[in-house]
Design a protein around this ligand. Structure first.
Ligand code: ADP
Ligand code: MG
Length: 246
């Protein structure tokens, strides 16, 4: 179980997350929806401690960190949480001066200290899995957005993270290229990859997620299975928002 509990995060005067509780059961996918500025990206960045919350606890795999006023966890505890996660960004964020295969190997070699040849073999297997095995030697800039995102997904899952975080993984893509990425994420979900993804993409959420959580004003307002959340939401704020999506 991945468990976020009572997460509070402020930027200056702006209280962005106001006590968020969210569980992602192992092997399941939760989609996070909500208006722009509601705190989706901040919540994902807090889940892997790229941002440190003021309060709350984060539990991923066998690791748990707690934040309270004035008490910060040990750097090693923070590192342990970070290493349980992989992240996919809206704009891919591949290293531009490295080949595709080098992008996928990077974390395995630098963070996990795998020998280069073993890392390369594993990276090539992952590229195969995302349908990019013929592009290992290519430079990221020569690929389409959909191809870059598939490489970014291979990179994010390279070290078999306990939790895969995806921040609007299809938002920068034309529908046809987004479809390639939806396919890859859907096959990862079918294999039992635990994911938390922020998305505006109804097709992605309906296809991949088994829970949808609606975030507004830094709080989870409503959550439930996609069929119910998209067809019969109950909170007026969810109803209003879902109308803007379809
Ligand atoms: P979403 O992803 O739902 O659009 P964000 O998490 O990006 O929302 O942003 C939520 C709020 O937090 C916004 O008001 C945004 O301006 C603010 N915010 C996000 N990141 C930072 C930051 N690094 N510094 C200051 N404010 C930030
Ligand atoms: Mg965002």
């Amino acid at each position: 179980m991945i468990r976020l509990c009572g997460i509070r995060k402020r930027f200056g005067e702006n209280l962005v997350l106001r006590g968020v509780d969210l569980d992602v059961p192992e092997g399941h996918v939760t989609a996070l929806i909500g208006p722009s500025g509601s705190g989706k990206s901040t919540l994902l960045r807090t889940a892997n401690l790229l941002e440190l919350p003021e309060a709350g606890s984060i539990e991923i795999g066998d690791h748990r960190v707690v934040f309270e006023d004035g008490i910060k966890p040990q750097p090693s505890a923070i590192l342990n949480i970070r290493r349980q996660t992989g992240m996919v960004f809206q704009n891919f964020q591949l290293f531009p001066h490295r080949s595709v295969v080098a992008n996928v190997m990077e974390g395995l070699v630098t963070v996990w200290k795998w020998p280069t040849d073993k890392a390369k073999r594993h990276a090539l297997e992952l590229l195969e899995k995302v349908g990019m095995s013929d592009k290992g030697d290519a430079w990221p800039a020569t690929l389409s957005g959909g191809q870059q995102q598939r490489v970014a997904i291979a990179r994010a899952i390279a070290a078999s993270p306990t939790l895969l975080l995806c921040d609007e993984p299809t938002s920068a893509l034309d529908p046809e290229l987004a479809a390639e990425v939806v396919e890859v994420l859907s096959s990862l979900a079918a294999e039992g990859t635990t994911m938390l993804m922020a998305t505006h993409d109804l097709r992605l959420a309906a296809r991949v997620a088994d829970q949808v959580a609606f975030l507004e004003g830094g709080q989870i307002v409503e959550q439930g299975p996609p069929e119910r959340m998209f067809s019969h939401p109950s909170d007026p704020r969810t109803i209003r928002f879902v109308r803007t999506l379809s």
